[in-house]
Write a protein that binds this ligand. Sequence first.
Ligand code: GDP
Ligand code: IMO
Ligand code: MG
Length: 426
Amino acid sequence: MPADVILGAQWGDEGKGKIVDVLAEKYDVIIRYQGGSNAGHTVIDGDKKYILHLLPSGIINSGKMNIISHGVVIDLNALAAEIKELKSKGVKVTPQNLMISSNAAVVLPYHKAIDAARESGNAPNKIGTTGRGIGPAYMDKYSRGGVRIRDLFNAEVLRKKITDNLAEKNFLLEKFYGKEKLRRGAILKELQKHARFIKPFVKDTVDEINKYVKNGKKILFEGAQGALLDIDFGTFPFVTSSNPTIGGVMTGSGISHSRIKGVWGITKAYQTRVGNGPMPTEMKEPEHSRTREAGGEYGATTGRPRRCGWLDLVALKYVCELNGITNIILTKIDVLSIFGRIKAATHYIYKGKKISTFVADGNELLKCRPVYKVLKGWGSDVSSARTYTALPKEARDYIRFIEKYTGVKVSVVSVGPDREQILKKP
Ligand code: GDP
Ligand code: IMO
Ligand code: MG
């Protein structure tokens, strides 16, 4: 059974990019299966830093095939810019190491304009999106009128879809949101340019992925966002518009569940969130600012400061059970070295009762107050540790506490952003 999954177990930014970059050499193919350029996956390689939005993180170092499958929504401007930037840094991006699904949905300028309009001014229910047009693009996919990559190669179909869609979107933009109309000619011209550029990469990736499966090749799925941002299982409405949870792997790539072996849940040793919505364990000052600075907690896509909190074990256990997480990858434990005491939420107080089950609704979770277990910190730098036993006892106690609470083994611990700052736990 050849496939493993790296799945964000929090609200995104758990360190997926770093881990996929390190693991990718052990696999034959790395696949992004949901989300879009709302993702920002950081890979640090020596003095070089890369931030990937659409391309799988295997593209940097592995020399293996990378696939953007049909579950991803693709902004062709963002993709072209990302490829250009990587090439300028000496990274090879060719049809020998990248495939793009012909059935992926395309993010268009009107999706971004609507995303921005819905989030601007006094608009109600603002999510704090990344502004990358993700929600409106998935809406068009599910309403069945959206443009797919394959449409770029059929001028008649493309013209008709853009014409029909734009009539509706311009009505909305102009009459409802009071914004500028977009011009069809400019959109079509840009799409034609992108069509020429991406054509060599475009494949039936369901077929290609299943060929890898049949040939016994090893597949690594790179999740984007995190389980708590899942449209169905997250803190709705403060979520993204895709399924970062395990089902998204199957629907977004075309692999069977029976091929999946490892489901690696990746979590920070604390918690962050960008954008709006509840986070029961959000820290107070001065812990909050100290964590943000020690962890460099600023969004990789938007540069927004991330909200920081203590580890929420109630949420983590929910994510582990929901996704059948087989192993935990724990990142950024080095950041907690600044604290003499470490807290982790084991329960919530909700409607006057002490509960240990997650509340998967944004507005209800807002009402939950955390109950903490306080553990002794280690107070010393762990970023140079390369073996598990080199970690201070208090750090190992904290990890054991996480394992005991979730019932899932922590198998990998990351102690810094660099490739070599990683250790296997026996
Ligand atoms: P992703 O979206 O899950 O790929 O995560 P991001 O790249 O958005 O955010 C993770 C940030 O933490 C990046 O700046 C990484 O370079 C950094 N990082 C990853 N692992 C570690 C770690 O173990 N320790 C520290 N201090 N930083 C890390
Ligand atoms: P990676 O893959 C963290 C958040 C946004 C917002 C909500 C909806 O780097 O972990 P969207 O633009 O998707 O409509 O925004 O989801 N969000 C992320 N937060 N990491 C991400 O991706 C995110 N992608 C979206 O901040 O709260
Ligand atoms: Mg990120």
